[in-house]
Design a protein around this ligand. Structure first.
Ligand code: ADP
Ligand code: MG
Ligand code: MG
Length: 911
């Protein structure tokens, strides 16, 4: 608060007063214009109205006290500096009014150029332009003035007064058609004067008033429109998707106009200081002669590569290159730049640290370290786990003639090809035939779930990153492109159309869930080099792949920095081996469920159906050596790294055939007169064991307490396996984890039995077995102080903790209503994707603190899927856990983010 109070009610800053650190107050554009001004670069003079003024306006619906006066004072100063008055009929000063928030944000009002022109000053502008080049060019300067005026009416109408932009565009096309041309430049001063009249009529028709002639009114209306655009619907949607806070407000920049449309020696362009696609060094940009800024982006005329400017205007070109080098050195990063040349004089209109692809982010960070501009900590700070995860997916190999036919939102990454289907049922049918399919819908809903499971990828024409399709696909790890609004889906006709193509059921398409691009046909896929590197098949010291070298270097640094250890969730020796190559330092969750499946089902059925103690003991005794062998393999693979084994967790009826199937089997067998005793017994067991809420039923530790000998068999298998590995000269560090504990007594009971078995098995072999618990029931978190008395470690099961903390089951809710919760902003992101810090996270924090208070040095880890989520890793670092455990593929992401968390002591800004 003090900073704000000290600033008093200062709402307007001259460019000379700001700097690049003031983005919160001046927005990105304003802060960087100020920075460039103070570097002595050629920036047209101007001033910035702060985000505080915007917030005050939005809160009260009117400009805050003092704002009008401050704008007046700064405008006067600008007029003095320029030697011209705003909209002066004889010799007008013109300005641009530009929005610019903390984060660049499509959907907000952008820019109005040429503010200050009216029916009289347009004549003054022509004279002004003509005066400086002599009489001969006055025809050209008339043209320039009317061109500028028509642009003002068009931009002002569209962005300030919401006049539909197409109407202006149609009128412009019409004027060109009348003239028999496709090029704006063929319109002369008279044509443009006529166009201004047409534009004014369009303006009046839609707004019910004449185009404002008073320059100061134009300025004030434009400023107000920028403020209001913060709350435009598209801006709100965009913020929600990108998780940008809703209360930042936008700044407004008022900048003296310079003119790129004064003739062939003028122009405008954009440039990058490095290739934002690959990170390669060089000159990347586009230039358009005789044009004003918006023409470059609008694609009205064809731009030329920036290198051409060397021929057109060598002086400006070399000055621009010098400035670009200076900006890179100053920002120590890739910059993007907007500039204009007015009759051979270069002006800088914008710069910012440029957006880049995931690959470029790593490559550039590595290069900047080499160039001595940043250190490795800074390089680590500048990349993130989401980018790394992107680089680990296979990619489409696009060096053929594949051109995207549509572009939507990259809603769930990956590269998928398959035959197009339009219904869930058809997806299931074709998938059953072994075909890979892409489910195409306008939007998906819960009825599409089976189809989504069957499909290789999902493509929708509506909806954003938080639509049903997007949320469910991410939950399933499936490739998804949503909101590809270029495609027109016709489900009844089983086809879609896109840019003149018709795609019918069965045709093959390819979708890229990272870029959102859609291709016709099957695009070949290349594996990720980054994965090859992690797997050990690409040597970072030998490859000349700049990306692999950069990833290697930054990962190595992350490993030296991080405090959190990274383990993996792996149930088999093969998974464990792969995860170790990815850098896992142990297994944080080895599920034992699969050890009851496959050809062991029969033994499990015997166990469940056991009529006597002896039957049950027999069944368990038969399972024991099989499980022991599973553990031997895993312990060998992990070679002395810790392995946390979770005792059996799911309800036992999950191991039996479904009720309907059994009922049919029994009926059929009876019909045939076969012996159905066993089937009937199974059916009865299934009926008996039916649960309304299996997730909250007889599972986890409850099974161990109810079924004699079950946990004992598992504990024995673990201990015997560890001893066997040790006897063979290896090392094994098992940690036995009891699931679903809610009360210390549960754990004590299991532990007492387990310790007896362990002591008996281990003898003097030197093997040490820890016993700990999952913390996944809210009550366990809240009584962690008691539970810690009986536990040698805690492992947070944040999936269950999230389900039970919120009281919903993931399988039921992700498809049913999450989209609505995301839309309403109840969630910023699904709590299964990223930990809910305030609620579920609070349970983790309480348990960590109280557990450690009761037992100093208590080992703490997490084994839910959150262990591989970037934001969640930062949270677990903050809370002081010892390790995170995640799926093998996520291990590198967790390593990177754990390193980043360790160096980011202050609030991070990785956006
Ligand atoms: P955006 O955020 O959409 O890039 P800008 O505010 O940067 O919007 O404006 C778009 C373009 O308008 C700029 O790149 C520049 O070419 C042009 N422009 C803005 N202000 C001026 C000015 N004062 N003089 C000349 N051109 C300008
Ligand atoms: Mg811009
Ligand atoms: Mg669980």
């Amino acid at each position: 608060m003090t900073a704000r109070e000290k600033a008093g009610d200062k709402y307007v800053y001259d460019f000379a007063e700001g700097n690049k650190e003031l983005k919160d107050l001046l927005g990105g554009k304003g802060a960087n214009l100020a920075e460039m001004t103070n570097l002595g670069l050629p920036v047209p003079p101007g001033f910035t109205i702060t985000t505080e003024a915007c917030k005050a306006y939005l809160a009260t619906g009117r400009e805050p006290d003092g704002l009008a006066g401050q704008i007046e004072a700064h405008l006067e100063a600008l007029e003095r500096e320029m030697g011209r008055r705003l909209g002066d009929p004889q010799d007008p000063l013109l300005v641009s009014v530009r929005s610019g928030a903390r984060f660049s944000m499509p959907g907000m009002m952008e820019t109005v150029l040429n503010v200050g022109l009216n029916d009289r000053s347009v004549v003054g502008l022509a004279r002004q332009a003509g005066g400086s080049v002599g009489q001969a060019a006055s025809g050209g300067s008339d043209r320039f003035a009317w061109d500028s005026y028509r642009r003002l009416i068009q931009m002002f109408g569209k962005t300030v007064c919401e006049v539909p932009g197409e109407e202006f565009e149609h009128a412009l096309d019409e004027a060109k058609r009348a003239k028999g041309t496709h090029d704006d430049l063929d319109l002369d001063a008279d044509d443009l004067r006529g166009l201004v009249e047409t534009y004014k009529k369009i303006f009046a028709k839609h707004t019910g008033r004449e185009f404002p002639q008073e320059p100061r009114e134009q300025l004030d209306l434009a400023i107000r429109a920028v403020f209001a655009s913060w709350n435009a619907e598209r801006a709100i949607l965009y913020r929600r998707q990108e998780r940008i806070p809703a209360d930042l407000g936008t700044a407004v920049n008022v900048v003296a106009m310079v003119f790129g449309n004064l003739g062939p020696d003028s122009g405008t362009g954009v440039a990058f200081t490095r290739d934002p696609g690959s990170g390669a060094q060089g000159i990347y940009g586009d230039y358009l002669a005789n044009a004003q800024g918006e023409d470059v982006v609008a694609g009205i005329r064809n731009t030329v590569p920036l290198q051409e400017l060397e021929r057109l205007d060598p002086t400006s070109y070399h000055e621009l290159l010098d400035i670009m080098a200076r900006l890179e050195g100053h920002y120590r990063d890739l910059c993007d730049i907007e500039f204009t040349i007015e009759r051979g004089k270069l002006w800088m209109l914008q710069t910012r640290v440029g957006k880049r692809t995931a690959a470029a982010a790593f490559v550039i960070a590595g290069q900047l370290v080499d160039e001595g501009l940043i250190d490795l900590d800074e390089a680590l700070h500048r990349v993130n786990g989401a980018q790394l995860a992107q680089l680990m997916f296979p990619r489409f190999q696009l060096d053929h003639d594949f051109e995207a036919v549509a572009r939507g939102i990259g809603a769930s990454p990956g590269a998928a090809s398959g035959a197009v289907v339009f219904t869930s049922a058809r997806a299931v049918e074709l998938a059953a035939e072994g075909k890979s399919v892409i489910l195409v819908r306008r939007e998906t809903n819960p009825d599409d779930l089976n189809g989504m499971i069957a499909a290789q990828g999902i493509l929708t024409s509506r909806g954003g990153k938080t639509s049903h399709a997007a949320v469910v696909a991410r939950g399933m790890g499936k490739t998804c492109v949503s909101g590809a609004d270029g495609i027109e889906v016709d489900v009844p006709a089983k086809r879609f159309t896109v840019g003149g193509h018709t795609v019918v059921e069965g045709d093959v398409v390819s979708i890229d869930g990272t870029t959102g691009r859609v291709y016709l046909g099957e695009v070949p896929v290349t594996p990720s080099e980054v994965v090859q590197y992690f797997e050990g098949s690409l040597d970072p010291e030998r490859t000349n792949d700049a990306l692999v070298r950069a990833v290697h270097r930054i990962m190595t640094h992350a490993d030296t920095r991080r405090r959190l250890a990274v383990r993996t969730n792996a149930d088999t020796g093969a998974d464990a081996a792969r995860a170790r190559r990815f850098g896992a330092e142990g297994i944080g969750l080895c599920r034992t469920e699969h050890m009851f499946l496959g050809d062991r089902r029969e033994l499990v059925e015997r166990l469940i159906l056991a009529a006597t103690d002896a039957d049950r003991t027999d069944a368990l005794a038969a399972l024991l050596p099989l499980q022991r062998q599973d553990f031997v393999e895993i312990f060998r693979e992990m070679a002395g790294l810790p392995v946390t084994v979770r005792l059996i967790d799911p309800p036992l009826h999950e191991f039996l055939p479904p009720l309907e199937q059994l009922a049919v089997n029994v009926a059929v067998a009876q019909e045939r007169g076969e012996d159905v005793a066993k089937e009937e017994a199974l059916l009865a067991a299934v009926r008996r064991m039916h649960e309304e809420n299996p997730m909250l039923g007889l599972r986890g530790v409850r099974l161990g307490l109810v079924i004699p000998g079950l946990f004992a068999m598992q504990v024995r298998a673990i201990a015997e396996a560890a001893v066997a590995v040790t006897r063979d000269g290896g090392t094994a560090c098992p940690e036995i984890m009891v699931p679903l504990v809610g009360a210390v007594q549960e754990l004590e009971t299991v532990r007492a039995e387990a310790e007896k078995i362990i002591a008996e098995v281990v003898g003097d072999s030197g093997v040490e077995v820890l016993i700990g618990t999952m913390i996944e029931v809210p009550r366990a978190a809240l009584t962690a102080g008691q539970i810690a008395e009986a536990a040698q470690f805690f492992s947070f099961g944040t999936n269950d903790l999230t389900q039970m903390g919120w009281g919903f089951s993931r399988d039921d809710v992700e498809g049913a209503f999450f989209w609505r919760y995301l839309e309403l902003g109840i969630f910023g992101i699904s709590p299964f994707e990223s930990i809910d810090r305030d609620g579920v996270g609070r349970l983790v924090r309480i348990a960590a603190e109280e557990g450690r208070a009761a037992r100093p040095g208590l080992k703490l880890g997490v084994c839910g899927e959150h262990g591989g989520d970037p934001d969640s890793v930062h949270f677990f670092h903050e809370v002081g856990l010892d390790y995170v455990s995640c799926s093998p593929f996520r291990v590198p992401v967790a390593r990177l983010e754990a390193g980043r968390a360790a160096i980011e002591t202050t609030g991070s800004d990785s956006r």
